[in-house]
Write a protein that binds this ligand. Structure first.
Ligand SMILES: [Zn+2]
Length: 504
């Protein structure tokens, strides 16, 4: 059983920002969860390096496009360990093996009769690296996304016969209602398809910064086709001397943002059909994080900068906040103030206190040893089926709902402490059996939620599970009652309220 998940490859004409971190974190959380299920996971991310915007940006800096690509790809790659991302490969579309594979797939598309020669004329946005249909141009002849003036372009082109896939794409959407999620994005893609598909340029004639067209060396492939194919090409060379394609293809999840919906939900399946390749299982479209700059925290200023958050509060705090604050799949606002509020209320108080009081009481009353007492049956009932419910959310990429399901149990355990008042039981000689049961149930509940939280908070959960003497991480281990706690060891605060001071 393999689980193949991708982020979009990030475009190197700009520096990494919060949006890139968001998609990468989400993909990593899913990858880790599927590893917990015992699946063979392949998690791919990387950089998109060709096309006119990169060539133009390099030109403006007086350097070669490859130099710009090298410089910015390194910045994207450096962000990954900071986020605790466990990607299996980092693809760059300037990799020679990628380029060779793009050429062979697109030559097959041509051999299959889906490429022809023509002239394209239209309104072109250099920032999108895309022609804009007449009905999508903003007043003043502006790109609706970039608000820059469009230019009238005409050039010889090879075309991809997208129109030939009208019916097959409509049937795909009819047969697989979960091909694109959330539902609003599925509807958006389907209505674009139903509006009538037109052929699209596959190559650029005047541009040299791209993958050369093997049958006509005066052309390079249009950057979008080169980029989309990264999901396929990477598998052929990610492991030296090994081709993972047969074992791994097709992808289970492409995570994308909505600005690239059409390329992924329409062009991409059509291209795969033209190349006779299997289609991905799911395309999941997350929303935008809108920055609310007025809600400022003391320590982070007004901009939620992923690197600044990580330096002060750690990667776990950022990972948790982004998936907790904004329901995954919807747009939402984030702010440094909301970040600090959640950090204190949920990480430091809900989870941090639960961990420290549980371990503290076990140490104080039982010298760190969890008795083999019966577990509380009412608590067991409330935890029954929890790993399965979390897994069901993950199957639909409902990362925020999955987290909420777990967090309810974190809060339940805190209430359990208040209800059972172990400190009172400890002072009553004839209630020692009850104290054993309460402490064992509490420790077991904490262990269960910690295993389930690991994809979201990997570093903190590993520390906590080590303190519980129960490092097992599989989804089966997350079951309440699976046990395994031996002797607990004291642990410092998982989420210190006084975060590390910054250098300045
Ligand atoms: Zn644009």
């Amino acid at each position: 059983m393999t689980f193949y998940i991708t982020t979009p490859i990030y475009y190197v004409n700009a520096a990494p920002h919060l949006g890139h971190a968001y998609t990468t974190i989400a993909a990593d959380v899913m990858a880790r969860h599927h590893r917990q299920r015992g699946e063979e996971v392949f998690f791919l991310t990387g950089t998109d390096e060709h096309g006119e915007p990169v060539a133009d940006a390099a030109h403006a800096l007086g350097i070669e496009p490859q130099q710009l690509a090298d410089r910015n790809a390194a910045r994207f790659e450096a962000l990954l360990p900071l986020l605790e991302a466990t990607n299996d490969f980092f693809i760059r579309t300037t990799d020679a093996a990628h380029e060779a594979r793009v050429q062979s797939v697109l030559a097959r598309v041509r051999d299959n009769g889906f490429v022809y020669q023509g002239t394209y004329e239209g309104w072109y946005c250099p920032r999108c690296a895309d022609f804009k249909p007449e009905n999508e141009i903003d007043p003043g002849n502006l790109c609706p996304i970039h608000h820059v003036e469009l230019t009238r372009e005409q050039e010889d082109s090879y075309f991809f016969k997208l129109s030939a896939f009208q019916e097959r794409l409509e049937s795909l959407y009819a047969e697989r209602e979960d091909f694109v999620a959330p539902r609003s994005r599925y509807n958006e893609a389907l209505s674009f398809i139903r509006s009538g598909l037109r052929d699209v340029p596959l190559t650029r004639h005047r541009l040299t910064w791209g993958v050369q067209v093997p049958w006509d060396h005066d052309h390079v492939f249009y950057v979008w086709f080169d980029a989309l194919l990264n999901y396929y090409t990477a598998l052929s060379y990610a492991r030296e001397g090994q081709d993972l394609t047969d074992a791994t293809w097709p992808p289970d999840y492409h995570l994308i943002a909505k600005d690239i919906l059409r390329f992924h939900a329409v062009y991409w399946p059509a291209l795969l059909m033209a190349a006779e390749l299997e289609l991905p299982e799911h395309i999941f479209v997350h929303g935008y994080l809108l920055m609310e700059g007025e809600k400022m925290s003391k320590s982070l200023g007004n901009v939620l900068d992923p690197v600044a958050v990580i330096e002060r509060f750690g990667a776990d705090a950022l990972r948790f906040y982004l998936l907790r604050e904004v329901p995954f799949g919807q747009d939402g606002t984030v702010s440094t103030l909301a970040f600090e509020t959640r950090y204190e209320a949920e990480l430091a108080n809900d989870l941090g206190n639960l961990a420290s009081r549980t371990i503290g009481m076990l140490t104080r009353y039982r010298d760190g040893v969890v008795s083999s007492s019966e577990l509380d049956t009412s608590l067991a009932a409330e935890f029954a089926g929890l790993p399965q419910r979390v897994a069901a959310h993950f199957d639909r990429a409902e990362l925020t709902l999955g987290l909420e399901e777990i967090w309810q149990r974190v809060r339940r355990l805190n209430r359990y402490v208040e209800e059972q008042t172990p400190w009172r039981l400890a002072s009553e000689p004839d209630r020692q059996g009850d104290l054993d049961r309460v402490l064992a149930s509490l420790a077991e509940g904490l262990r269960s939620v910690t295993v389930l939280l690991w994809p979201y908070l990997p570093g903190s959960c590993e520390r906590l599970l080590a303190a519980l003497g129960a490092p097992e991480l599989s989804l089966a281990d997350a079951m309440f009652g699976a046990g395994g706690i031996g002797r607990v060891a004291p642990i410092g605060p998982l989420f210190p309220k006084e975060a590390a001071p910054s250098d300045d």
